[in-house]
Design a protein around this ligand. Structure first.
Ligand code: NAP
Length: 265
């Protein structure tokens, strides 16, 4: 029993920043890291009511929690957010670049602004956050950066040129950051979820969800907690020798569905 307790508190005293933590996968990650004893900063953009509920849930776990509104695509917003985190908690040990959006459409009809906004939030947002924690983590000679990519960033997907480009970019960024920061004890890994049940995928027609399901080895859609469990492991000391990796959670990347499944992951 004692061992279980210790395992549950593997992140005690650490500070974690999770972007896009008001809903979905980010919310599950924030709660999971808090259950492991971390103090958490829950970033959000619009969902004021949802983030208030997340804060309450995390407070009940007995750790410190701070909600910060910031658009991660803004370099200056992110700079202010990270400064506030350090003022409040003294350090940043774990950064989870989770916030993301989709603006799906076939390339022939994709609007320029739909390409730009997906790249700005999903890819540049991760750069902004990593950039502003880099000096802190390198100075303290420890840190964990965990980027949420997507299986789509590995396979590509019809109707998601913008999103899959951003998610593939995240993988390149992850591998490069791993090489730049490794000698200072800072690891950087990516998690590539398949089809996870959140607001992002909720709107898809049943036909599309069924087609997705047929490609999933475990024959069920993923839950946000399935992603949070991997992120929590990567954040611990037990993952200290893993860096530059991409872990799928899990729609097998070899078994693809085609155009009819062109949205949502
Ligand atoms: P979601 O339910 O739509 O939640 C998105 C979160 O991102 C919200 O908390 C939202 O905050 C936040 N966000 C969006 N734009 C933001 C911005 N500019 N600045 C700060 N926060 C912003 O999405 P999800 O399904 O949980 O997805 C989370 C991550 O997993 C994304 O990177 C997504 O691409 C990736 N992913 C998801 C799936 C899936 O099947 N669901 C599969 C593969 C990868 P507000 O609501 O406060 O605006």
């Amino acid at each position: 029993m004692k061992d279980v307790k210790e395992h549950e508190l593997m992140l005690k005293g650490k500070t974690a920043v999770i972007t896009g933590a008001s809903r979905g996968i980010g919310r599950a990650i924030a709660i999971k890291l808090a259950k492991h004893g971390a103090n958490v900063v829950v970033n959000y953009r619009n969902s004021v009511d949802a983030v208030a509920k997340v804060v309450k849930e995390i407070e009940a776990l007995g750790v410190k929690v701070l909600a910060i509104q910031a658009d991660i695509s803004s370099y200056s917003d992110v700079e202010k957010m990270m400064k506030k985190c350090v003022e409040e908690f003294g350090s940043i040990d774990i950064l989870v670049n989770n916030a993301g959006i989709t603006k799906d459409g076939l390339l022939m009809r994709m609007k320029e602004e739909d390409f730009d906004s997906v790249i700005d939030i999903n890819l540049k947002g991760a750069f902004n956050c990593t950039r502003h924690v880099s000096a802190i983590m390198l100075k303290q000679r420890s840190g964990r950066i965990i980027n949420i990519s997507s299986v789509t960033g590995i396979t590509g997907n019809a109707g998601q040129v913008n999103y899959s480009a951003a998610k593939a970019g995240i993988i390149g960024m992850t591998k490069s950051v791993a090489r730049e920061f490794g000698s200072r004890g800072v690891t950087c890994n990516a998690v590539a979820p398949g089809f996870i049940q959140t607001d992002m995928t909720e709107a898809l027609p049943t036909k599309v969800k069924d087609a997705m399901l047929s490609t999933i080895p475990l024959k069920r859609l993923g839950r946000p907690e399935d992603v949070a469990n991997v992120v929590a492991f990567l954040a611990t000391d037990e993952a200290a020798y893993i860096t530059g990796q991409v872990i799928n959670v899990d729609r097998s990347e070899e078994r693809r569905v085609g155009k009819e499944c062109s949205q949502g992951v």
